[in-house]
Design a protein around this ligand. Structure first.
Ligand code: AMP
Ligand code: MG
Length: 310
């Protein structure tokens, strides 16, 4: 059984945080809220605990996990250096939904980075996540708290749906604000977006000048398309050019999703909407395609992958 522990984000109860921190220090797994999605945490320096994350999620060992730190200065406990562009991006966007890929320290277990030489790090902007990190006193490896390839959780009940019985506890602080996974940025050769997210290319460019677009690692071996399918409900998702086409594709047995005109609101609601419709009532979910602008890049990316047949 997985325990659900309610925690008030405005005033997190220290005793609840300490219970969760004690589990984590003992090598157990605890899901916790962040501003993006719920994360599945384990102490990053505990090789066996991080291996347990991969087992609980059914995640391929080739897919590295993001390390979360309580404060920007803690980055050097997992990364060897802090290039100038990283420092500028962190100053502008941390705490927040931006993940930086940096050279890995040797004493960080290889399982965290899927054997690769770089580590992805971020400082989350959620009072419960930061209070938990401080209570543990060490960085936490934390991918999204869902089974591999499935929809990410933006509420505690979504975590329970995927991981009940596989993890010890869930800190429940209500819905996540951003609702989509962090923007992942590589800094090894200029600044490249590996995964679009809440921090858009336009926002990054205001701080560091032109940024390139790369590929989400999805296997450090860079197997092309290895995990093109990701972020998916069980019900097939199809993307329609407009509302009329969505209605035609949905037919009598499917349903239509129109995400509206505000990309921030759409991102916050996307996974919750898909979770709610993914209960077997419909044989397909037809989503009206959002506009092709940088504001919508993260939503477009997740929809494209949700719609990739597995
Ligand atoms: P999740 O935490 O489930 O959102 O997945 C973490 C994602 O972060 C992975 O799928 C990778 O795309 C990315 N990531 C994690 N570590 C690295 C790394 N060392 N280099 C590049 N991307 C990474
Ligand atoms: Mg994930």
């Amino acid at each position: 059984m997985t325990a659900i522990w309610p925690v008030d984000p405005a005033n997190p109860d220290p005793a609840t945080l300490e219970r969760a921190a004690a589990l984590l220090r003992a090598g157990r797994l605890v899901a916790f809220p962040t501003e993006t999605v719920y994360g599945l945490g384990a102490v990053a320096r505990d090789e066996f605990a991080v291996k347990a994350i991969f087992a609980a999620k059914g995640r391929p060992a080739t897919n590295p996990v993001i390390v979360h730190v309580a404060d920007p200065d803690d980055v050097l406990s997992v990364a060897t250096s802090w290039p100038d562009a990283a420092a500028r991006l962190a100053a502008a966007f941390w705490p927040g939904p931006l993940t930086l890929v940096l050279p890995k320290r040797d004493d960080l277990p290889a399982v965290v980075t899927a054997g690769g030489p770089t580590v992805a790090v971020r400082c989350p902007d959620h009072p419960v996540a930061r209070a938990l990190l401080r209570a543990v006193g060490a960085p936490l490896a934390a991918p999204s708290a869902n089974r591999s390839t499935e929809l990410s959780p933006t509420r505690a009940e979504h975590v329970l749906k995927g991981l009940d019985g596989r993890i010890d506890a869930i800190l429940d602080a209500g819905p996540c604000r951003a609702g989509l996974e962090s923007t992942v940025v590589d800094l090894s050769d200029g600044v490249r977006i590996l995964r679009p997210g809440p921090i858009t290319a336009t926002m990054l460019e205001r701080v560091v000048g032109p940024v390139g677009i790369g590929h989400e690692v999805e296997g450090i071996a860079k197997s092309p398309g290895l995990m093109a399918k990701h972020y998916s409900p069980r019900t097939p998702v199809v993307i329609a050019a407009d509302r009329a086409e969505a209605e035609r594709l949905a037919g009598a047995t499917g349903t239509v999703v129109d995400l509206g005109t505000d990309p921030t609101v759409a991102a916050a609601n996307l996974y919750a909407t898909l979770h709610a419709l993914d209960d077997g009532r419909f044989d397909r979910i037809a989503v009206v395609r959002p506009p092709d602008s940088t504001d919508w890049a993260a939503v477009q990316d997740r929809l494209r992958r949700a719609a990739t047949p597995g």
